[in-house]
Ligand binder design. Structure first.
Ligand SMILES: Nc1ncnc2c1ncn2[C@@H]1O[C@H](COP(=O)(O)OP(=O)(O)O)[C@@H](O)[C@H]1O
Ligand SMILES: [Mg+2]
Length: 198
């Protein structure tokens, strides 16, 4: 299965999502690859700061690296133009669109979805959800539901464990943070929902 993580906005958790989805699939099969399609090389830097339990490669070497792989997760840069988004959509089985629940991010999300024009299966994952403002996330979900935009049930909470994971270069469950396991549980449930698409 090829899963691409994309969206117009930067800083909404695309790389964090791509890394942890790859962690989940890597536990199932060692034939898991994360392709870093962002010129900023955030996923590659993550893996170089520490270690991740799967291979990470850049876009230029993706063709060869993906040979024989069972699961390929693609992390992408923000602000794809219409053609790029179309190519991304056509190149995957499922497009995962992370978004924070605030109005600006949702607006960027709606523009993304508008450009998809039934090109591929996709789903939105609400990220960096503030535990004290769950109402905002629920409202965002309702808005998306009203617009018939598919949203994954599992939301990802704002937890510093994720920042630690990126800094140290490991999966969130290896940070030693006391919320590390809880954080991992969120991505695990998200990945299970995603699996059901296959
Ligand atoms: N759920 C979360 N809770 C707290 N911080 C997060 C969460 N997801 C991502 N971050 C942090 O927010 C910043 C942006 O996340 P990142 O995954 O790099 O987003 P993007 O790839 O969309 O630019 C990073 O510093 C990351 O560690
Ligand atoms: Mg990124």
């Amino acid at each position: 299965m090829i899963i691409t993580v994309a969206g117009f906005k930067g800083g909404v958790g695309k790389t964090t999502t791509a890394v942890h989805l790859a962690c989940y699939f890597a536990k199932k099969s060692d034939k898991t690859l994360l392709v870093d399609g962002d010129p900023n090389r955030s996923s590659l830097s993550w893996s170089k700061r520490g270690t991740l339990p799967f291979q990470v490669c850049d876009l230029m070497s993706a063709a060869k690296a993906s040979r024989g792989k069972e699961h390929v997760i693609v992390d992408t840069e923000a602000h794809p133009d219409e053609d790029e988004l179309e190519a991304l959509a056509e190149g995957c089985d499922l497009l995962v669109l992370p978004s924070t629940p605030d109005a600006l991010a949702l607006e960027a999300l709606l523009a993304t979805v508008d450009n998809l024009q039934n090109l591929t299966a996709y789903g939105v994952v609400l990220t960096m959800v503030d535990s004290r403002k769950k109402g905002t996330a629920t409202q965002a979900k309702e808005t998306l539901n009203r617009l018939s935009i598919p949203v994954f049930n599992q939301m990802i909470r704002r937890l510093t464990a994720y920042e630690k994971a990126a800094l140290v270069g490991v999966p969130v469950y290896e940070t030693g943070d006391r919320f590390g396991r809880i954080a991992w549980g969120e991505y695990e449930s998200l990945a299970k929902e995603i699996e059901s698409y296959a």
